[in-house]
Design a protein around this ligand. Structure first.
Ligand code: GRF
Length: 229
C-alpha cells in the first residue's frame, strides 16, 4: 500500500514550514524564493536558529521571515536544550520541519516528535559519504559522480528514506571548494522541488523508498542528472 510519508494537514497553500538553520542560509533563500511564488503550496512560518550572528538569520530578516532564536545553554543537559528547541518549533505549528544547513544532531525525542515530517539536505549522494566533509570524502574516494540528497530524518544519522537526489560530475581539477560550489547550485534546485512534491502529496514513501506515482517510471522528477558535456 502506498502512503504519504506524513500526515500533515491537507495539502494546499496553507502548509506551514519551520526551517532550522545554523549556517550561511543559501538553501533557506532558495526555499523562500520558491515560497514567494503565489502558486507555491507552502509558506515559511518560522526560521529557527541557536544564534543571531549567522548568515541564515541575516538572510531571513532581509526576506522579512519570522526568526526565532533558541540559544544553546551548554550548562544544561542536552535533553533540556532539545526540549526548548522542540517547544519553539511546536509553537510555530509546522506541517513540515525543514533542516537547511542545520549542523547539530537532533535528539531521538525531537526526531520522533516530527517523524515523517522532518526533512534534511545532505551534500553527497547518500548512502555514500554520510557525516561531515563530504566533498573531501568524495575527492579522496575518487568518485566521478557526486551530488546532494534530500531525505527524511530518522534516528540514524543521514540514513532516512531518500526523497530526491541531484548528481554532479567530479572534474579532474576539482578541489573541495569548486566541488562544493557545483553541488550547492544543485541543492538550490533540488530542495524546493522535493519540498513541493512532499507538500502537494505527489511524493510517497513505500517500504523506505520514495516515488512520484504520477510520473513515468523512467523519468523521476526528483532525480536531477548532470550535463557532463
Ligand atoms: C549545505 O551544503 C547543506 O547540504 C548542508 O549544509 C550546507 C548548508 O548551506 N547540510 P546553506 O547554509 O544552506 O548555505
Amino acid at each position: 500500500m502506498l502512503s504519504s510519508p506524513t500526515t500533515p494537514s491537507s495539502p494546499g497553500r496553507g502548509q506551514r514550514l519551520a526551517i532550522l538553520v545554523s549556517g550561511r542560509g543559501s538553501n533557506l533563500v532558495a526555499i523562500a524564493r520558491a515560497c514567494a511564488d503565489e502558486a507555491w503550496p507552502a509558506q515559511i512560518v518560522a526560521v529557527i536558529a541557536h544564534r543571531e550572528d549567522i548568515g541564515a538569520v541575516e538572510q531571513a530578516r532581509q526576506l522579512g521571515l519570522p526568526v526565532r532564536c533558541v540559544p544553546l545553554d551548554k550548562s544544561l543537559p542536552r535533553e533540556v536544550q532539545d526540549e526548548r528547541l522542540l517547544s519553539a518549533v511546536r509553537e510555530s505549528r509546522p506541517d513540515w520541519v525543514v533542516l537547511a544547513g542545520y549542523m547539530r544532531i537532533l535528539s531521538a525525542a525531537f526526531v520522533a516528535a516530527f517523524a515523517g515530517r522532518l526533512v534534511n539536505i545532505h551534500p553527497s549522494l547518500l548512502p555514500a559519504f554520510p557525516g561531515l566533509h563530504t566533498h573531501r570524502q568524495a575527492l579522496a574516494a575518487g568518485v566521478k559522480l557526486h551530488g546532494a540528497t534530500v531525505h527524511l530524518v530518522t534516528a540514524e544519522l543521514d540514513r532516512g528514506p531518500i526523497l530526491g537526489q541531484a548528481v554532479v560530475p567530479v572534474r579532474i581539477d576539482d578541489d573541495e571548494a569548486s566541488l562544493a560550489a557545483r553541488v550547492l547550485e544543485q541543492e538550490h534546485r533540488l530542495y524546493p522541488r522535493v519540498l513541493r512534491a512532499l507538500v502537494e502529496g505527489t511524493l510517497v514513501v513505500e517500504d523506505g523508498r520514495s516515488r512520484c506515482p504520477g510520473s513515468p517510471a523512467d523519468r523521476d522528477p526528483l532525480l536531477l542528472m548532470p550535463s557532463c558535456g
